[in-house]
Design a protein around this ligand. Structure first.
Ligand SMILES: C[S@@+](CC[C@H](N)C(=O)[O-])C[C@H]1O[C@@H](n2cnc3c(N)ncnc32)[C@H](O)[C@@H]1O
Length: 397
């Protein structure tokens, strides 16, 4: 069954499905979803991410890992779980940077797409295969005793007593709903006062959501429905924190990303959650004309309407950073500020010096040195990757 057939079949059963349900099929259908059909980050692939710019991003993260490993008392194993690891490019760069924590490092590549997990073995010496369930939990609890770094691939985040959970451009890709807040009098969807399952309003406000249905000609179409109670409750809480949320305009609702963060917080007893992504507060996203926060990508270019040919393109949102409530406070910075704080400029200077010393030989070391200068420009670009956000939570302090 193709994603389009799967979507049509779900609509046939239920009349309509939510946008998040649609995304789940279009991106992650185990046989035909975008990420199983070969969609991925990388040069010459569908979109370019910070790890795919070159090894410099990983070199800075290697310094961050060392700082946190030392601060935690040099634990062994030191478990770093990268979720949404894609083809494993960041893991490779961290390995190449050879941080001091390497000998204790157990790096877990958590990736849902089997197609991409199959790429991990290729470039990761020290790759120990795929582990799941009890085997994974046992592996993650065993000391490296100097044998690190070791790398394993899996589909689910293990329990971690101490470590780091990393995710680059994951949250933008987790299925999201599309919502709008309206005054009851203006709502498109008429409330059936007699229906006990009808979600409660928030004062005189109702929450509407976009749903995917089939038009009479069989084409997929977006229609407006009422958001369920769990979403209404979440929006009510967000309104308490962000009363400036505008009415009558669509914004992303990142329920799945919130659940993912809650799961991480339950599985990680002590350490750090470090997430990079593009994003803004919900009110700012809601204010963008024509849902400017919703984007599709295919073959390094912007894609077309998200309902076009499901499975053929990536679907993403700017991350609504104020929708996540963890028990520890969020430290929010720009990617540029975070990378500067952790020594990117020093690494670039080292690269420049290597190039100046060895330009006449133009060997790999010299070329890598020169490349660091270019990579830093891209990673710090205030109109590009530099404006991405770093979300950091310290857990169990
Ligand atoms: C935009 S790509 C980013 C890849 C890589 N982190 C990078 O920056 O180049 C998002 C990745 O997250 C994976 N993914 C999505 N949901 C996931 C989940 N719940 N668990 C693990 N991986 C997931 C996708 O398959 C995809 O490879």
């Amino acid at each position: 069954m193709t994603p389009l057939e799967a979507v049509r079949s779900l609509i046939g059963e239920r009349g309509s499905i939510t946008f998040a349900e649609y995304m789940r099929v279009a991106l992650y259908d185990p046989r035909h979803g975008f990420y199983e059909r070969g969609g991925r980050a990388g040069r010459g692939a569908d979109f370019l991410t910070s790890p795919e710019v070159g090894p410099l991003f990983g070199a800075v993260l290697a310094r961050v890992l060392d700082a946190w490993w030392i601060e935690a008392g040099r634990p062994d194993p030191f478990v770093v779980a990268e979720v949404g690891a894609g083809p494993g490019t960041l893991a490779r760069a961290i390995r190449f940077a050879a941080p001091e924590c390497s000998s204790s490092l157990l790096y877990v590549l958590v990736e849902q797409s089997a197609f991409q997990r199959a790429m991990h073995a290729e470039h990761l010496p020290g790759w120990m295969g795929e582990r799941n369930g009890f085997e994974l939990e046992a592996f993650v609890a065993s000391p490296q005793l100097g044998d690190g770094p070791q790398f394993i691939s899996t589909t689910d985040l293990p329990l971690m007593s101490c470590g780091v959970v990393l995710a680059n451009e994951l949250l933008d890709n987790l299925p999201f709903e599309i919502l709008r807040i309206r005054r009851s009098a203006a709502a498109d969807v008429d409330a059936d006062a007699g229906d006990a399952r009808r979600p409660r309003d928030i004062g005189d406000l109702v929450i509407e959501q976009m749903e995917v249905a089939a038009a009479p000609d069989g084409e997929l179409d977006l229609i407006v429905g009422r958001a369920p109670q769990v979403v209404v409750d979440g929006v009510g809480e967000l309104l308490d924190r962000a009363p400036d949320l505008p009415l009558d305009t669509w914004f992303p609702w990142q329920g799945a990303a919130g659940e993912w963060l809650a799961t991480v917080e339950r599985r990680l007893s002590r350490g750090h959650i470090l997430v990079f992504d593009y994003g803004a507060p919900t009110a700012e996203l809601a204010g963008r004309p024509e849902m400017g926060w919703l984007r599709t990508f295919r073959g390094q270019e912007r894609g077309s309407h998200p309902l076009d040919d499901p499975g053929s393109q990536d679907i993403t949102t700017d991350v609504a950073v104020d929708q996540f409530q963890l028990s520890s406070p969020l430290e929010l910075t720009s990617q540029a500020a975070f990378l500067r704080r952790h020594g990117i400029e020093e690494l670039v200077e080292q690269g420049r010096a290597l190039w100046n010393e060895r330009a006449h030989v133009a060997d790999l070391t010299a070329i890598r040195g020169r490349s660091a200068v270019r990579e830093a420009e891209a990673l710090l670009d205030p109109d590009g990757l530099g404006a991405f956000l770093t979300l950091h939570w310290s857990i169990g302090d």
